[in-house]
Write a protein that binds this ligand. Sequence first.
Ligand code: COA
Length: 385
Amino acid sequence: MSGIGIHDLSVATGHHVLDLALMAEHLGIDPAKYHVGIGQDEMSIPAPDEDVVTMAAAAALPILERHGTDGIRTVLFATESGIDQSKSAGLFVHQLLELPSACRVLELKQACYSATAGIQLATGLVQRHPEERVLVIASDVARYALGSSGEPTQGAGAVAMLIGADPAILEVESVTGVHATDVDDFWRPNDHDTALVDGRLSITAYLTSLRGAWDDFRAHGGVGLEDIDHVCYHQPFSKMAVKAHAQLGRHAGTPTSAEDLEIPARYNRRIGNSYSASLYLALAALLDSDQDLAGRRIGFFSYGSGSVGEFFTARVAAGYRSSLRPGSVPAALDARAPLDFAAYRDLHVAAAPGSSTDRATESVTNGPFRFAGVRGAVRRYEPTR
Ligand code: COA
């Protein structure tokens, strides 16, 4: 076995898009605050018949079409915005994708961090059973209250990853650095459908976690920053990665440049925050760029408020390009249906998840699966084609 890591990776997002210039205009804010100050241009908004399940299944479908379901005995569904307090959102995906019944399925939660836990858990499972593959899916709808400072940092997206031995895209290296501390920077009480956030505290908590995870990474034998070719960061807004990269450079004593982050921010700037998927959207944008990354080492900083951070590295496989889907993400982003500001706000009010009141949703999504509504207090999903 030559390593364990990401064998395939695929992205999905919501049906709609809101241009943040429209939000700036309606709220009387200088658009440069969004485009430059927080580094965001657009945000994806799910249609009424989309949620974390439909986006997750849409992200995973191309992977299964390419590789089949053989050997998949574990599905790890990472999300902050789960649709049930008890049942894993992964079980709905498992059914939609017709995955084998010989499968363990569970949901992982720790704000925006949990997909990274999923990858680490998956590498352990594959280490023991190299013939097995693990489907890790990060899927989130980032929702903040209307009129709150977090409103321009919403978004929606999913990244599905197939973890296995002898990976075609990335080999995850074994050294990781971790950091945990109890901090009230972002949270969502059980009866809230929008997150609560102390934005300024979330920035300092993120940077504290980065330094802590980096120190732990180095203490466990991790390479120096000079031996890492690119770094991908969790991006609640892309400017956060710029702040983090500068901080890491100062902390590690190796100069960094904000330009390093322009390519990894390409998808995030247009999708907005996608919580658990955000870090892996940065990876997708980097892999899809024109640069030849074969043999390069990528560093990852994963952060989930509350808070847990992890720094780890991975090596890009030779021939990785033949496993990508060139142009598919920009095409999906360009195909989103634009909303005007009033329509966006109406959707936001109508989309409060978690209701057990029976209802049918209108058919809007162009995706392969839809949330059909609630019947008998159960959420119902169906293929669209
Ligand atoms: N042109 C350019 N930049 C501008 C500007 C303008 N006209 N007006 C403001 N800015 C800059 C500010 O200087 C600031 O930059 P800095 O952070 O480098 O100092 C940035 O834009 C944001 O301005 P600020 O006044 O701090 O914005 P805010 O109070 O509206 O809050 C966030 C911004 C990002 C903190 C807020 O949107 C938020 O909390 N989002 C959620 C974050 C989150 O999810 N955290 C948890 C996960 S880590």
